[in-house]
Design a protein around this ligand. Structure first.
Ligand code: ZN
Length: 305
């Protein structure tokens, strides 16, 4: 099996300001993902004939323009999946009833916008627990795609949170248990604890390369540029399901109105043109190696067969 699924988390701009402990941005910057990036994504998907999965945050859909953009994407064939209602970075530490509310309200908001209940879930900040998994099963979720067994990401996040704290700012992001680094890097059914194999929910981990387990995600692909993107893609070739995770912000750059993020986020300094070239290179490399592209939902059902 050689399947590749490209998914995009539609985290709206204020989330990035919150991660860096910066004050909330004002309109129109705060809506750039729905107002600008989704159109670019659709163009990119059309150009490369790519099926894609979009992970939407329920709360963003209260704005009619955002709900409309998502409905149009759904009608154009994108899978719409659930990225929780409020994208709380402490999601995995919430009380069970609040966690249930976050999952259910996210699903209802998506259903109201696009007419169908989502079957896939991704936790805010890649952080899950056994309790999260049990809530997802109870809410009828068919696959989760949150586990990110990437040592480089884990230590970079720990370092970044430390640096933000040292500057006296407070990030809303939290760090997962290092046990997540023991999780399988290929799709698996979760056991207890969730980072062990079992018979539970189907987990589609965020992609890491073989060997070094480097992150194969939008940030590393766009920051590294086209040649590096091809190398990363080659290091994933052979995996049954390559799960390439992007963010809406990967289709934006500083010139779109993100100057305030420039000092804090190197990927914002890369031009849109170069980011697109890097993404094309990653997709092209996998296609040349015999990969066909599917939504995560389709990938999940092929894996379940
Ligand atoms: Zn997110």
């Amino acid at each position: 099996m050689r399947l590749c699924a490209v998914s995009v988390d539609l985290d709206e701009i204020p989330n990035y300001f919150a991660i860096h402990g910066l004050p909330e941005p004002s309109a129109p910057e705060r809506w750039l993902v729905y107002d600008v990036a989704i159109d670019r994504l659709r163009e990119f998907a059309r150009e490369l004939s790519l099926p894609m999965t979009l992970f939407a945050i329920g709360n963003d859909l209260r704005r009619p323009e955002a709900a409309e953009k998502l409905r149009e994407a759904s009608e154009a064939g994108f899978e719409i999946a659930n990225h929780s209602f409020g994208h709380r970075y402490d999601f995995a530490r919430l009380e069970r009833s609040v966690m249930e509310w976050e999952v259910e309200q996210g699903a209802l908001a998506i259903k109201a916008a696009v007419g169908a209940r989502p079957v896939g879930f991704r936790a805010p900040g890649y952080t899950v627990t056994d309790e999260v998994m049990s809530v997802l099963v109870e809410r009828g979720v068919e696959y989760d795609s949150s586990v990110f067994p990437c040592p480089a990401y884990w230590s970079a996040k720990a370092a970044a949170l430390g640096a933000i704290a040292l500057r006296g700012r407070k990030s809303r992001s939290i760090i997962d248990t290092p046990a997540v680094l023991l999780a399988p890097t290929r799709p698996y059914r979760v056991g207890k604890p969730y980072w062990r194999r079992g018979k539970g929910l189907l987990e589609l981990p965020i992609q890491v390369t073989r060997g070094l387990r480097l992150p194969f995600i939008g940030t590393s692909v766009t920051l590294g540029g086209p040649a590096f993107a091809r190398r990363l893609a080659r290091m994933c070739a052979g995996e049954p399901l390559v799960n390439l995770e992007l963010h809406g912000i990967d289709l934006l750059d500083a010139a779109d109105g993100l100057e305030a993020l420039r000092p804090h986020q190197p990927d914002v300094r890369v031009s849109l043109g170069r980011k697109l070239d890097a993404l094309r290179a990653a997709v092209g490399e996998l296609r040349e190696r015999g990969y066909s592209f599917v939504t995560l939902r389709e990938g999940a059902s092929r894996l379940s067969e």
